[in-house]
Ligand binder design. Structure first.
Ligand code: ARG
Length: 461
């Protein structure tokens, strides 16, 4: 039986049900739907629309339904088009007439929006926690890397040496902004839509403020039309996850490069790499590659939802049911990806000798020579040209770069010493820079930030 059987002569066509049911995917809202119903029932009791006995009976039926859903004994019936319908049907079976009062003053429109917001609130915290876990691993690896350095790149050309720790922490700071966005979205979506009804509120003396407080929402909706049709929060979650996926994709791309024989900067742990079915010598960075690829999938989910929302007239439209699959899939992929990538980063071996060898080209310290001249009073643009000319002459085969530097009247032995391995990176001393002194300070700040963000995720920051 449908929820609307009174108005309809015939039952629904099989094709309609096959096309419109959302039960296979919205089952995961079961717990949140039940929480929403509990608060709704308590609200109805507070305003006298349910007696204390009726409320107790419905709450008891909700508890039993929740237990059946958890232990797998919940039985679906024909006409259960979504989890919300199924739960209400079961509660009515269990609690009789009192159960039939559950939907008083409520529509699936405000009911679904409520469950989905409760779900997102919790899931955003869960994702943020896992991002923090990856950041913590990056910090551990940064500490372990000590004063090891590698080439910093621009245009994927070697540019200047940077501490390995600095490079790893760059990703940790990027992820800190992801955590920030996840938590900001969690705050913004912390609004209860329950009491908006189908679209216009109710003639019954409902108590949306009390229900919002009961559910732990920070506020209730201001406008019933907006409350049932707003899916900004889903779009925001998808954006946050898509951008996070883009960031994980960049980490993945670096790990693909770094684990290649050409770079040889890292060796992957066996447990976090794959082999080849044909080539016995191969060890492949599949996690990193999938981290790269999944970004495409998540970007698609975001753009898909935006296209779904675009042009929808107020208020609820069935189109909105299409918000769930991309949301659930994006969350699943994010959680799986973070787990895999975190393990991969935690277990890989850094080949700091290879990294240093790649960074130790004397040309990597060319700007240090220009700055040596700057300290002596030479305008930077002229200093740049002087050093650039020496680089060109060395590359043309006239002499080794260091010899040309030593022989130059304005440079000499003191300047040539700047080209020695490991010197340039130690000279990066400015705040936020790539040398040991600022990186030590940066590590402290990242540790503080992680502790603050852990507290914020837990809700006390
Ligand atoms: N499963 C639907 C959804 O997620 C439930 C809402 C259907 N509401 C309606 N008025 N037809 O949007």
């Amino acid at each position: 039986m449908t929820l609307w059987h009174g108005r309809f002569g015939d039952g629904p066509a099989a094709e309609l049900l096959a096309y419109t049911v959302s039960l296979p995917f919205d089952r995961r809202l079961a717990g949140d739907d039940i929480d929403g119903s509990r608060a709704h029932v308590r609200g109805l009791a507070r305003v006298g629309l349910l007696t204390a006995e009726e409320a107790a009976a419905v709450l008891d039926a909700l508890d039993r339904t929740a237990a059946e859903l958890t232990d797998g004994t919940f039985e679906l019936a024909e006409g259960d088009e979504d989890i919300h319908t199924a739960i209400e049907r079961r509660v009515t079976e269990l609690a009789g007439d009192a159960g039939a009062k559950l939907h008083t003053g409520r529509s699936r429109n405000d009911q679904v929006a409520t469950a989905l917001r409760l779900y997102c609130k919790r899931e955003l915290g869960r994702v943020a926690e896992r991002v923090l876990d990856l950041q913590a691993v990056l910090v551990d690896r940064a500490v372990e890397a000590g004063d090891a350095y590698l080439p910093g790149y621009t245009h994927l050309q070697r540019a200047q040496p940077v501490l390995v720790a600095h490079h790893l922490l760059a990703h940790a700071w990027t992820l800190a902004r992801d955590v920030d966005r996840l938590l900001a979205t969690r705050t913004r979506l912390d609004v209860s839509p329950l009491g908006a009804g189908a679209l216009a509120g109710s003639s019954l003396p409902l108590d949306p403020d009390g229900v919002a407080a009961d559910l732990g929402f920070a506020a209730r909706f201001e406008n019933s039309l907006d409350a049932v049709s707003d899916r900004d929060f889903v779009a925001e979650v998808l954006f946050n996850l898509a951008l996070l996926a883009v960031h994980l994709s960049r980490v993945g791309e670096e790990l693909v490069l770094w684990s290649s024989d050409e770079f040889g900067f890292v060796r992957l742990d066996d447990a976090y790499a794959t082999g080849s079915s044909m080539l016995p010598q191969k060890k492949n960075p599949d996690i990193a590659e999938l981290a790269r690829a999944k970004a495409g999938r998540l970007i698609g989910q975001l753009t898909g939802l935006l296209a779904t929302l675009k042009g929808l007239p107020l208020a609820y439209n069935r189109d909105l049911q299409e918000d769930k699959e991309p949301l659930f899939d994006a969350l699943d992929q994010t959680v799986l990806g973070l787990g895999a990538l975190t393990g991969m980063v935690a277990t890989l071996r850094l080949d700091t000798a290879r990294m240093a060898a790649a960074a130790d080209s004397p040309y990597a310290a060319a700007v240090d020579l220009a700055e040596f001249l700057v300290v002596a009073g030479v305008p930077f643009r002229r200093a740049h040209a002087v050093v650039g000319e020496l680089v060109r002459r060395a590359l043309d085969g006239e002499a080794a770069f260091a010899d040309l530097v030593r022989a130059h009247p304005d440079l000499g032995a003191e300047a040539a010493a700047l080209l020695e391995p490991g010197v340039a990176v130690r000279r990066r001393t400015t705040p936020g820079g790539a040398g040991p002194a600022p990186v030590a300070a940066q590590l402290d700040r990242m540790r503080t930030r992680l502790a603050q963000d852990r507290a914020r995720v837990a809700g006390d920051g």
